[in-house]
Every structure is written in C-alpha cells, then in structure tokens.
Design a protein around this ligand. Structure first.
Ligand code: BEZ
Length: 252
C-alpha cells in the first residue's frame, strides 16, 4: 500500500519498516484470488510488490499499478512489470483474467469510478478479488482524531479521507457495475503496531497535511493519550482495531 492520493509521497524504507504486516497479513487474500498458471492479473496498488511476487510464484503474470513512483521503482527492482497510474484511470480494456487489490481501495472515495475501471479492464467471467478497510475500520483511531480536531478549532475542520463501506453498500456498488458477488465479508483483524505515533506519521497525512509541524506534534501526542485507553495494553502493546472488507466477485 500504496496510497492512491496523488499528493502523498511514500518513503518505501520508512513504510516497510513499520508496516510489513500490510502484505504479510494478506497472503490469504492471494489464496482467495487463486491465481492460475498463464493468467494475467492486474494488481491495483501493488506497492513495493510483495503480493505481486506471491501471485507470480503461483504461475500468473502480474502487471502492477500504483500512484507512487517510489513504490513502482521498488516493484520493478523485484522484477514485476509495473506502472504509475491511478485506480480511477486504468489504461486497459478487457485484457485481464483477474484484478487484485490489497489495502488500497479505502483511499479512494469514488468507489463507483474504481469499480467501473475494474469492470472495464476485466475479460467477461474475470474475477475481482480485493481486501480493504470495511465499516468500523480503525474506529477508535478516527474517533480520537476527530476529538483532537474538535478540541483545537485552530486545526480547522476534520476531514475523514477514507472510504470504509458496509457489506451491503459495497455489494450494491459491485452489482450496479455488472459484477456478481461470490463472497463478501467484513472481518475484524486486530493489527499490532510498534507505536500509534508511527502509524499517524505514515497514514494521517490526508487528515493533517495543512497543520504546522508543531500542530502535528500536538495532534499525535493527544491522539496517543486518548488511544492509550482503548487500543493499548501493557501485555500486548498497540493493537489497532482494523476491520477488513474481503471480496470475490465475477464480471458477468
Ligand atoms: C487500513 O489498512 O485499514 C488503513 C491504513 C491506513 C489508514 C487507514 C486505514
């Protein structure tokens, strides 16, 4: 991952240091994709290529796309054919047997446009398998951010940059764009993190990019204080309240 928001630059070294879990926890999504030898798979938001490699190991040919130039360079260095481009502007037409996406689609609020693009690039009968944040994802974290913004009117309005749909809502988006949903589930997946401050450094940019450096430090400190009550314990450390929406759908 592989943020779709073009205004954000990822530093793969910092990203990989704190978030290796993003790919490691997603091998079961590759199982759901069940790639076959000779298939062509588009990996939307391929990031630094860990899952693309896993898919190629199973015999398929992967094309990776991501909005981050830095991530694409990392994917290419691992031997993946990869291009900088956005999920809402995929330059392909009915040429993939499957589209795969992990931990990316919650960055794009225009889900209809993403799903339309995915339908366009798939062959008839092709599969779309994805996992991303579902309804209730990082609920405590988003609530804490909101609380800190409310306490500091000088921070301006709180804008939630993420799309965490319910099962019903996403099923509707898929069906309206010509998919039959074979499987869809919202799964709790508590996710350990070394420190919530690092998570905020990496992921809160869409919420805090207009803050000064000093304001951002206040923001992090106060979020951390609030969240110590809900997602931190001495025994387990920081465990974020992730929920994954996991989907397999076929283009009809
Ligand atoms: C997620 O993977 O669920 C996620 C990552 C960053 C920000 C929000 C959600």
């Amino acid at each position: 991952m592989k943020k779709i928001n073009e205004t954000n630059k990822w530093n793969p070294t910092i990203y990989n240091k704190h978030t290796a879990f993003v790919s490691q926890m997603a091998f079961s999504v590759v199982d759901l994709l069940d790639p076959k030898k000779g298939e062509r798979v588009l990996d939307v938001g391929c990031g630094e290529g860990t899952l693309a490699i896993e898919i190629e190991k199973r015999g398929a040919k992967v094309i990776g796309v991501d909005t981050s130039k830095e991530m694409i360079e990392q994917s290419k260095a691992k031997g993946i054919e990869a291009y900088v481009c956005s999920a809402t502007d995929l330059p392909y037409d009915k040429e993939f047997d499957a589209v795969f996406s992990n931990a990316v689609l919650h960055w794009v609020k225009d889900a209809k446009s993403v799903v339309q693009n995915i339908a366009k690039v798939l062959k008839n009968g092709g599969h779309f398998v994805c996992e991303f944040g579902g309804e209730g994802n990082v609920y405590y974290v988003v609530s804490a951010m909101q609380e800190v913004f409310e306490k500091h009117p000088e921070f301006g309005e709180f804008n939630n940059p993420w799309y965490f749909p319910s099962v019903e809502e996403y099923r509707r988006v898929l069906e309206l764009e010509g998919f039959r949903v074979e499987y869809i589930e919202n799964i709790p997946r508590p996710t350990p993190m070394d420190d919530i401050a690092n998570w905020l450094d990496i992921f809160a940019n869409g919420v805090t990019k207009h803050l000064t450096k000093e304001q951002f430090e206040v923001f992090k400190k106060e979020c951390r204080e609030i969240l110590k009550e809900s997602i931190y314990s001495q025994e387990e450390g920081w465990v974020l309240d992730y929920r994954r929406l996991r989907v397999r759908a076929v283009k009809i």
